[in-house]
Design a protein around this ligand. Structure first.
Ligand code: NAI
Ligand SMILES: CCCCCC(=O)/C=C/C=C\C/C=C\C/C=C\CCCC(=O)O
Length: 251
């Protein structure tokens, strides 16, 4: 399905990014993983190389907020795989006290990576960028304003780019709480408020469910500017929007 295509997945060393990298590889793509955690990146990429072949996996250690490193990563991906066709902006953090860092990683970095990728995607007939936002972009989390704002911003960025960019599709996915290390150390009991919230949402999603949605947004060429929500109760459902012109008429 995705053979001859090459993808960059940021934050692909674990969680949703790892599930996405694996599904992309299973679908035939070559995958470059950009991640900050040297150890996890190395363990994950070794495992994926054993499973899918050394020539289909590229490991790139970087901080997505370091613009110079990100440009190097795209250049290396193009040099190694011959093209850059797919970008999944997945790396993200939640850290209520570090609001500037949260905005830098969750919003500024995906925007910079998208602008950079667009340069490397020239000549690709299948170029697509998927941003991993969150239901927090719709349901603002009390006390976690930087996270919620970063995800609302990422949704707006995606929709705006989709309307103004020729030849590259932009979509985003908005999962609710998903079972990954982002929510707490694996194996450790979750914080009681978080456990209560997760019970309210109907349980946790699995990273593999989210990756299925991401790959759908990549492979279905009819999808552009789409915001795909995913929750335990409703499953996949697209947010419905008026066009910009229709919105103006309703102001
Ligand atoms: N787990 C959840 O409940 C949900 C997560 N999301 C979003 O999904 C995305 C992935 O999250 P998870 O897999 O849950 O998180 P995770 O914490 O399990 O994985 C995030 C990965 O990103 C990497 N990373 C973090 N900062 C980085 C940086 N500055 N540069 C490069 N790599 C960096 C980490 O090393 C890690 O490998 C995030 O954008 C998150 O906001 C969205 C909805 C729900
Ligand atoms: C419905 C929103 C789903 C957002 C899921 C997501 O993207 C991941 C977020 C990760 C962490 C949020 C952390 C903690 C939330 C815990 C407490 C909120 C406090 C609520 C309150 O005090 O009322």
């Amino acid at each position: 399905m995705l053979s001859e295509q090459s993808a960059v997945v940021t934050g692909g060393a674990q969680g949703i990014g790892l599930a996405t990298s694996r599904l992309l590889l299973q679908s035939g793509a070559k995958v470059a993983i950009f991640d900050l955690s040297k150890d996890k990146l190395s363990t994950t990429c070794d495992e994926l190389k054993r499973e899918f072949g050394t020539d289909r996996v590229l490991s790139f250690h970087c901080d997505v907020t370091d613009e110079e490193q990100v440009v190097k990563g795209f250049a290396l991906t193009k040099e190694t795989f011959g093209s850059v066709d797919i970008l999944v902006n997945n790396a993200g953090i939640t850290s209520p006290k570090e609001w500037k860092k949260t905005l830098l990683i969750n919003l500024h970095a995906p925007m910079f990576a998208s602008y950079t990728a667009m340069e490397y995607m020239k000549g690709s007939s299948k170029a697509v960028i998927v941003n991993v936002a969150s239901m927090a972009g719709f349901c603002a989390i009390p006390g976690n304003e930087s996270y919620s704002a970063s995800k609302s911003g990422l949704i707006a960025f995606t929709r705006s780019m989709a309307q103004s960019t020729e030849g590259i599709r932009f979509n985003c996915i908005c999962p609710s709480y998903t079972d990954t290390p982002l929510l707490g150390e694996p194996g450790k009991e979750l914080d009681s408020t978080l456990s209560f919230i997760i019970e309210k949402q109907g349980g946790l999603l699995k990273p593999e469910q989210v990756s299925e949605g991401i790959v759908r947004l990549i492979t279905d060429a009819s999808l552009n500017g789409q915001v795909l929500k995913l929750t335990p109760r409703k499953g996949f459902h697209f947010e419905k929007y008026d066009s910009f012109m229709e919105s103006l008429e309703k102001l």
